[in-house]
Design a protein around this ligand. Structure first.
Ligand code: SAH
Length: 353
């Protein structure tokens, strides 16, 4: 595979351009073109010779949107295709204050959570920082007309959640580089405060992330209140205990001053009875955190079942009464369906038959 220009920071691009014997201002033109989601070939300010030279070593366009699915509520779901043919998915949720994009950090995943479709075929490969960033670049380009802001700051995507396929902290170095490049001035300019990173709870990496001092929203997929039950749906629970995850969250709070979040997917007969609400309150009461309850998106390859709305609101009510800050995540884009990984899984299945 060729290299990817979108992996490079502005300073690194400048070094590359100077090394190619070009004037410094070419780096600015190249960076601006890339940040507008253009393929190398389509950056009209650059000479043909420079583009040809770059194309010898670098991918013209690291990612393409292969399919777009539109929901009646405005949500869009994408199937992205990388230069090597690998597929990942993404979602764009449109809110009044801006667009939130859900991005993938790996092709597949090796965490093995029982409710998740991304993990069905295991980990295929890590995405590079530029491959992750390119998901945003092509979506911004697609929504050129809806851009907010002025000049270089103009972009459609204002918020990013790392909640697509993959475990971000299992691809630490590339995800960190992505975070740095995505928040850099003059690029896609996403404020770190508008980025949420969701992890299944890889404790040592949570400490490492806290030490980077990036003020993003740290979200942990909890889904259970004791280690034994958690291990039934999340194999990673055998390696990292809930108590240690909570300590890492406290550390994150101390370091960044940011409250942290828990995701709790409601699974029938597994984690949403009164005893579980009590245990969750016991575990989290008084901590600077917020609980996001999620309705299970049933994955046909798995036998786990979702609960009804009434039961979900009952569970939410119990948490609130117990003093927790909690919300039940609104269901959006249900008609275009699919939780993380389901779109890719069904696409691959269709292609097989
Ligand atoms: N690897 C990261 C990001 C995963 S996706 C993590 O584990 O946090 C983001 C969230 O969606 C996680 O909380 C994950 O547990 C949840 N999720 C995955 N599959 C789901 C499904 N079928 N229904 C509901 N939530 C799901």
């Amino acid at each position: 595979m060729k290299k990817i220009l979108q992996d490079l920071s502005y300073t690194e691009l400048e070094t590359l351009i100077l090394a190619l014997g070009e004037k410094k201002f070419r780096a600015k033109q190249l960076y601006e073109g890339l940040m507008q989601g253009k393929a190398i070939e389509d950056i009209s300010s650059l000479s043909k010779a420079l583009k040809a030279r770059l194309l010898e070593e670098y991918e013209n366009a690291p990612v393409k949107i292969k399919e777009i699915y539109h929901s009646a509520d405005g949500t869009e779901k994408y199937l992205f295709e990388y230069a090597d043919g690998n597929l990942v998915e993404g979602v764009l949720m449109k809110y009044k204050y801006g667009y939130t994009q859900c991005v993938s950090t790996q092709v597949g995943c090796r965490m093995g959570c029982k409710f998740c479709a991304s993990t069905l075929g295991g980990l295929i490969r890590n995405l590079t920082a530029g491959e992750i960033l390119s998901q945003i670049l092509v979506v911004n380009a697609l929504h050129k007309a809806d851009r907010t802001g002025q000049g270089k700051e103009a972009r459609a995507v204002t918020n990013v959640v790392l909640m697509g396929s993959g475990e971000p902290l299992d691809n630490y170095a590339e995800v960190l580089k992505f975070l740095k490049n995505a928040t850099a001035e003059g690029g896609v300019c996403i404020s770190a405060r508008n980025i949420s990173l969701s992890t299944c709870g890889i404790v040592p990496k949570m400490y490492q992330l806290a030490d980077e001092g990036i003020p993003l929203n740290l979200t942990v997929s909890l889904h259970a209140t004791d280690d034994e039950s958690r291990a039934r749906t999340m194999p990673v629970a055998k390696a990292y205990k809930i108590a240690d995850i909570l300590k890492a969250c406290e550390y994150y709070f101390k370091k960044t001053g940011r409250r942290y979040y828990f995701e709790y997917t409601l699974i029938e007969g597994e984690n949403c009875d009164e005893e579980h609400a009590k245990a969750l309150i016991e575990l989290l009461k008084g901590k600077p955190c917020h609980v996001n309850l999620i309705r299970l998106n049933e994955v046909k390859e798995r036998s786990l079942k979702a609960i009804g709305d009434k039961q979900a609101y009952r569970f939410l009510g119990m948490l609130e009464k117990g003093g927790l800050s909690a919300t039940l995540r609104r269901q959006i884009g249900v008609d275009i369906g699919g939780a993380c990984g389901q779109l890719r899984a069904s696409y691959l299945e269709e292609k097989r038959v």
